[in-house]
Structure formats: structure tokens, C-alpha cells
Design a protein around this ligand. Structure first.
Ligand code: NAP
Length: 254
């Protein structure tokens, strides 16, 4: 099923976890991909993998804290593949974990810089390219932490992810009539290196799994499939939405 045939997509955070799974899925759905993250070797290996499967992809290594990275992703989409149709702004970091009153301002800012400023910068550079194409879609990876639930030691992460909800709603209103949709995925726990930071022992993992109504955390592919849906025309009337893909963690008391 080639739901993204002839589409060009940017995926950030493609070197690992959800972003890597989305890259494989989007490529198999027919999209040409621009893959971003800091680790060049991981991106190059992923491009090789996608090309070996007959797909098309380009790696753009860079740091989301640097606005020129957002510009380079768009530039590569337009120069290499002729335009941009959609972006999965997925990269993120938990940042420093500490009670709010013990979190330094610089640690707070560092977490927001990647999760919120980085997502904003990506959108800021992607929107003109989507408009040049006559429409498209923006999807952001958010979390149940922040928009729905408070989690101790995650003040900056929660604030950043809650901030994404506001950003997505405004983008949806500003851009809807120009054919651009904007949505966020409120993910539950996922089996990735970031997820393992919280589920960092068998006991901690069992505790985190027990918070979810499904009694487990997600495989990265399960979130990537939601991203594929939101990116595709199957979601043509979905915009401004916070789409929960959280195994029921936000509605469960464990
Ligand atoms: P992951 O495997 O650790 O992947 C995080 C990705 O973000 C990596 O590709 C990383 O690449 C990239 N990244 C981090 N900081 C960056 C920076 N400064 N500049 C550019 N790229 C950067 O974790 P994941 O679970 O797949 O996370 C993906 C998204 O899901 C994040 O937004 C996260 O908040 C969200 N999420 C995850 C969970 C979970 O339980 N895992 C739950 C809810 C939401 P480099 O290190 O190569 O730069």
C-alpha cells in the first residue's frame, strides 16, 4: 500500500526509535525522505538500508538547537527531491530530570530548546515550502506527559510538550485554508533509548508498563503507524488534533 507515493517528507529524530521506524515505514509507503538527527553514521546507515529496499532518502546531520539545521532539511528536500509535502517533527529529548525547584534555568532552557524551539524552527522553515507545493501536513511527536498528565521530575519536558499542543492548534488555524494540516501524537511509553531512560531497570520498566491500560509500552513501529496515518490523505479531515497513541496510560490509574 503506497499511501505516500510521490510525496517528499522530512523526518527528524530519524537516527533512533520512533523516527527510525517512521523512516522505514514512510519509505515503504513510497515517500522520498530527508532524514535529520545529530548522529551522521546512524543516518547514513539508514539511508543505505532504505536505498537497498528500493526507496529514496538523504541524510542531513545537525542539531535542532541550531536554526540553520531546520533550513538545511527543507533545502535538501527541495534541491534533491523537488519540494516538500510533509514533515514528521519527531526529535526530542527528556533533558535533565529533577524536581522543578532543583532544575537549573540552563537545563530548563536546554530541554525547551530541543523539544519546543526546535519544533517551532522546523515548522517555520517547512511552512513556506509546503505553501509552494500547495499544501501538506505537519505532525509533531508529543507525549501524554504535559498535555494530559504530570510526571515528577519532568517539568521542562512536560512544559515543552504542552507547548507543542498550543503550537499545533495555532498552525492548524493559520494554515488550514491553505491546505496544510497540523497534528500532534500524544505518545505513551515506547521501547526506545529515550524510553529506557525512565524504564531503566526491570522494576522501573514493570512499573511504567503497569501504568498503561494495555499493560505494556509500545514498539516504535506502533507510533510510526499513527504518524503514517496522520501524514497520509487518509487523515485528510484531521487537523489541530492531539492524537493519543498511549496504550491507555492517560486514562488509567494503573
Ligand atoms: P530516541 O530513540 O532517543 O530518539 C530521539 C531522536 O531525537 C534521536 O534520533 C535523536 O538523534 C534526536 N534528537 C535528540 N536531540 C536532538 C537534537 N538536539 N538535534 C537533533 N536531533 C535530536 O527516542 P524516541 O522515544 O524515539 O523519541 C522520539 C520522540 O518521541 C521524542 O519527541 C520523545 O519526546 C517522544 N516520546 C517518546 C516516548 C518514549 O517513551 N520513548 C514517550 C512519549 C513521547 P541524535 O541523538 O542522533 O541527535
Amino acid at each position: 500500500m503506497h499511501t505516500l507515493s510521490n510525496k517528499v517528507a522530512i523526518i527528524t529524530g530519524a537516527s533512533s526509535g520512533i523516527g527510525r521506524a517512521a523512516a522505514l515505514l514512510f519509505a515503504r509507503a513510497g515517500a522520498a525522505l530527508v532524514l535529520g538527527a545529530r548522529r551522521a553514521a546512524e543516518l547514513d546507515a539508514l539511508v543505505e538500508h532504505i536505498e537497498a529496499e528500493g526507496g529514496r532518502a538523504a541524510a542531513v546531520p545537525g542539531d535542532l538547537c541550531d536554526e540553520s539545521f531546520a533550513a538545511a532539511l527543507v533545502d535538501t528536500a527541495e534541491r534533491r527531491f523537488g519540494g516538500l509535502d510533509l514533515a514528521f517533527n519527531n526529535a526530542g529529548t527528556l533533558g535533565a530530570l529533577a524536581p522543578a525547584h532543583e532544575l537549573s534555568l540552563s537545563d530548563w532552557r536546554a530541554t525547551l530548546a530541543v523539544n519546543l524551539d526546535g519544533a517551532f524552527c522546523c515548522a517555520r522553515h517547512q511552512i513556506p515550502a509546503l505553501l509552494r507545493r500547495g499544501g501538506g501536513s505537519l505532525t509533531f511527536t508529543s507525549s501524554f506527559v504535559g498535555p494530559q498528565v504530570g510526571f515528577a521530575n519532568m517539568a521542562a519536558y512536560a512544559a515543552a510538550k504542552a507547548g507543542l499542543s498550543g503550537l499545533v492548534r495555532v498552525l492548524a488555524v493559520e494554515l488550514g485554508r491553505q491546505g496544510i494540516r497540523a497534528n500532534a501524537i500524544l505518545s505513551g511509553g515506547v521501547d526506545t533509548p529515550l524510553g529506557a531512560t525512565v524504564a531503566n531497570s526491570p522494576e522501573a520498566r514493570a512499573h511504567v508498563e503497569g501504568l498503561h491500560a494495555l499493560g505494556r509500552i509500545a514498539a516504535p513501529e506502533e507510533i510510526a503507524r499513527v504518524a503514517l496515518f496522520l501524514a497520509s490523505d487518509a487523515a485528510s479531515f484531521v487537523t489541530g488534533s492531539m492524537v493519543s497513541a498511549d496504550g491507555g496510560v492517560s486514562i488509567s490509574r494503573g
